[in-house]
Design a protein around this ligand. Sequence first.
Ligand code: FAD
Length: 373
Amino acid sequence: MNFEFSEEQKILKATIRNFAEREIRPIISKMENENYFPYEIIKKLGQLGMLGGYANNIDTISSAIIIEEISRISPAIGVIISVHNTLVCNGIFEFGTEEQKRRYLPDLISGNAIGAYALTESQAGSNPLEMNTSYKKVNDKYIINGRKIWITNGPQARYILLYAVENKNNPKNSMTCFIIDTKREGFQIGIIHNKLGLKGSYSCEIILDNYTAYKDEILGNEHEGYKIAMKLLTGGRIGIAAQSLGLSIGAYELALNYSKQREQFGKKISEFQIIQYYLSEMITRIYASRLLTYYAAYLKDKGQNCRLEASMAKLYASETANFVVDRAVQIFGSLGYAMDFDIQRYYRDARVLTIYEGTSEIQRIIIAREILK
Ligand SMILES: Cc1cc2nc3c(=O)[nH]c(=O)nc-3n(C[C@H](O)[C@H](O)[C@H](O)COP(=O)(O)OP(=O)(O)OC[C@H]3O[C@@H](n4cnc5c(N)ncnc54)[C@H](O)[C@@H]3O)c2cc1C
């Protein structure tokens, strides 16, 4: 049994930590105040070789390291990268033809193109089988119509893995994953969602109005979309677990430092037993999140089924992040409630972690299904 990162992984962790401190920290306030999308960071991550997931020889453990370290400073950039790497790049790498890999991956790896993943619709959230987005085959063309919501990276994406059904009465066996080119006629951005947190990361509605796709733009086989969507979400959940872990560490560090500076009753507040109890509980749960996240990543890299472990990691790490930010705000007292202090950003950013890529309720259902089968 080995609980240590390899030498390469340690170097990667130090490199990305350094990059996040040097390049990302200075633009946080611009992202927060102007909802600024950090194109230049995405490009620089591409230059550093941090984009592309498996397609760029980045295994799941390394991918989790990258997302964790970025999310320690910016959970918003964490989710941009998680969607791009774990869902889109890994998706094309795993299910794409050689021609599709040649066509799409170089730009996605360099950061010249950003990827998005479009499954959710207004009536089809936890249950994607209720989707209305559909396609009709007309000779060699596939005409797609429908509306997706909450699509992360939607406004910036060049390519979107989008799911549509051929037969609404049989969605499971007729769902197909298309690689959408957002520059083509028939593609449109709808409303941009106004979010509680993750400022600088965009989620939007997307509209397909007689969008024409071709056979060589189907990812995997036609009608295998549901299987592909679920398989990719398993990997994606490890990314969100890593995002949750990084966010937890960022908030914990702020609270720890503050507790060692703030004095009340003639003592540092870190000397009060109740604050020590909070901090010890926070760090213990963070360690547990880390073990679950990297264990799921390890299994995925070994090619083993990690559906159970990915859901446990996502469930536990996302709920831990919400626990940690709540205690961190408590340790900051009134300053935790002040918009001038960074801890409120972590508090707001954490809230979505138990919702996207499968809510906590859905993770519990998957876990129960896996252990009972
Ligand atoms: C910021 C953000 C980014 C997102 N990015 C993307 C993206 O890039 N691509 C994409 O496709 N989607 C994205 N989503 C959508 C997200 O995945 C969905 O919001 C999520 O799956 C939940 O769906 P819903 O919001 O419709 O909630 P609902 O499914 O309506 O659920 C409402 C409540 O009911 C509970 N519930 C539902 N079914 C059950 C059940 N069977 N048993 C018990 N409880 C249940 C849920 O857990 C939840 O608490 C994003 C969402 C947000 C907020």
